[in-house]
Design a protein around this ligand. Structure first.
Ligand SMILES: *Cc1c(COP(=O)(O)O)cnc(C)c1O
Length: 396
C-alpha cells in the first residue's frame, strides 16, 4: 500500500480566502504571493486556483519560469528582482516584472538595454533593514530608473513591513510614515501590506496588497487565531515568534481582526493513519532516547508521519493530534517516519484509523506553537513524499 501521509488541498478554500482579501482591502489590486512552492501547497496548483488574482509574486526566476511553462499568463513579479545580468534575457522572454532593491541591480540594468520595457517596482527600506533603498538613496534610485528607457513607466513603489503581525508594535506606523515621506512627489502605484497589514492595518492598504499566508487560511498574527487552548504541549509558553521576553500578552492584539481571521479557511489538511496500536505498562519508555515514560498502563498509537514528511521534529509531547477527529496528545520523540500518540482517551482506536496532523479541525498555528516555530515553516516544509490530493473545483 502507498504511504498513508496525504496532504489534502482544498482549492475552494484558496478561492474563499482570496475573496476575504478582496473584502478586507476593497478596491486594491492583489498580488498573490506563491513563492516557496505556494507555501508548500503546490505553486502551479495554487496559481490555477487563484487565476483571478491581479498578479503573482515569487522569489526567483526559476519559480516564475515554471509558472509560465505551465501556461499561467497572469503578471508575475520577482520579489527580489534579478541577481545577475544573464537573467534579464529570461525576464524579457517570460514577460516578468522585477523589484529593484539595490544599486547593484541598477548598475546591471543600465548596462543591458532591453527591447521591451519591464514592469518595475522600486523597493524602499522603510525600517525593516532587509531589502530596499535607504530613504536618503531612494530619490537617486528613482531618477536612475526613470532614465532607463527599458523600465516601464510609471514605476511602482513598494516597501515591506517588519512587525505588522504584532498589533502593539509601533514599528508599522513608523514604517508607513517613512515610506510616505520618501515617495512624496513620486507618481506610481504603491504597495505595502502583507497578510498582517491587510487584516490588521487598513492604513497600509495603498494600491496593491501582497497576501501570502492568509491565502492559505492561516492567521498572520503572532498569537494566531483560535490558539487560546494550547494548554497541553510543553513548548507552548512564550513560543510565539513575537512574544516578547516579558511575556507581554499580545492576545488583545488579535481581537480587532479576530473576525477576519476566523473567516479564513485552512487550505492544507495534513493527514495519515494509525499503523500500530499497542498497550504498554506504567514505566515503559516510548521511542528514541527513551525520553517519554508511560505514567500508567496505556494504549499507544503509531502514526505514519514524521520529520521525513515535514512534521516538525521539535513538536513537544502534548502537541495535539486528531485521531478519528478527536484530540490526543503526541508523546515521545518525532522520528523520520512515525510519531507516537497517547490513546488513553480512545481505547477503541485501531490500525487504519484516520489521523489529522493539522488543517481542518486542528489549526496549524497551534501545532507550530507546540513546535516553537511558525505556521509558514510547517506549510513550506511538507516534503515530496507526502501525496497531494486536491478537493474543490479545479478551475475558476
Ligand atoms: C512573502 C512576502 C509577502 C507575503 O507575506 P505574508 O506574511 O505571507 O502575507 C509579502 N511581500 C513580500 C515582499 C514577501 O516577500
Amino acid at each position: 500500500m502507498a504511504r498513508a501521509a496525504v496532504a489534502l488541498i482544498n482549492l475552494d478554500a484558496l478561492r474563499h480566502n482570496l475573496q476575504r482579501v478582496r473584502e478586507a482591502a476593497p478596491g486594491c489590486h492583489v498580488m498573490a504571493i506563491i513563492k516557496a512552492n505556494g507555501y508548500g501547497h503546490g505553486m502551479v496548483r495554487v496559481a490555477r486556483a487563484l487565476a483571478s488574482a491581479d498578479a503573482f509574486g515569487v522569489a526567483s526566476i526559476d519559480e516564475a519560469i515554471v509558472l509560465r511553462e505551465a501556461g499561467i499568463e497572469t503578471p508575475i513579479t520577482l520579489l527580489e528582482g534579478f541577481f545577475e545580468a544573464q537573467e534579464l534575457a529570461l525576464i524579457q522572454r517570460y514577460r516578468l516584472g522585477v523589484v529593484i532593491h539595490h544599486a547593484a541591480q541598477l548598475d546591471i540594468l543600465e548596462a543591458h538595454p532591453l527591447s521591451t520595457p519591464i514592469p518595475t517596482w522600486l523597493k524602499i527600506d522603510s525600517g525593516m533593514h532587509r531589502l530596499g533603498f535607504a530613504p536618503e538613496k531612494a530619490q537617486d534610485a528613482w531618477r536612475r530608473l526613470k532614465a532607463c528607457r527599458w523600465v516601464a513607466n510609471p514605476i511602482r513603489l513598494m516597501t515591506h513591513l517588519a512587525s505588522a503581525d504584532d498589533r502593539h508594535s509601533p514599528q508599522t506606523l513608523h514604517q508607513l510614515e517613512c515610506f510616505n515621506a520618501v515617495i512624496s512627489g513620486m507618481e506610481g502605484e504603491r504597495g505595502i501590506a502583507n497578510s498582517a497589514g491587510i487584516l490588521g492595518w487598513p492604513q497600509t492598504h495603498a494600491d496593491w496588497v501582497r497576501p501570502g499566508i492568509m491565502l492559505y487560511g492561516v492567521s498572520p498574527f503572532v498569537d494566531g487565531a483560535a490558539v487560546d487552548d494550547v494548554q497541553g504541549c510543553t513548548n507552548a509558553a512564550g513560543a510565539g515568534d513575537g512574544m516578547d521576553a516579558g511575556g507581554r500578552a499580545t492576545q488583545g492584539a488579535v481581537a480587532g481582526c479576530a473576525g477576519a481571521v476566523d473567516a479564513l479557511k485552512p487550505v492544507m489538511t495534513l493527514t495519515s493513519k494509525l499503523i500500530s496500536v499497542n498497550r504498554f505498562k506504567k514505566g515503559d519508555a516510548i521511542g528514541y532516547a527513551a525520553s517519554w515514560v508511560c505514567p500508567q498502563d496505556m494504549p499507544v498509537g503509531v502514526v505514519a508521519i514524521g520529520y521525513g514528511d515535514g512534521y516538525p521534529r521539535h513538536a513537544a509531547p502534548g502537541t495535539p493530534v486528531l485521531v478519528n477527529g478527536k484530540r490526543v496528545p503526541l508523546i515521545g520523540r518525532v522520528s523520520m517516519d512515525m510519531v507516537t500518540v497517547d490513546l488513553s482517551s480512545q481505547p477503541g482506536a485501531q490500525i487504519g484509523d484516520s489521523v489529522t496532523l493539522w488543517g481542518q479541525g486542528l489549526p496549524v498555528e497551534e501545532v507550530a506553537r507546540c513546535a516553537s516555530t511558525i505556521p509558514y515553516q510547517l506549510l513550506c516544509g511538507v516534503t515530496q513524499r507526502v501525496r497531494i490530493v486536491e478537493s474543490g473545483e479545479r478551475y475558476d
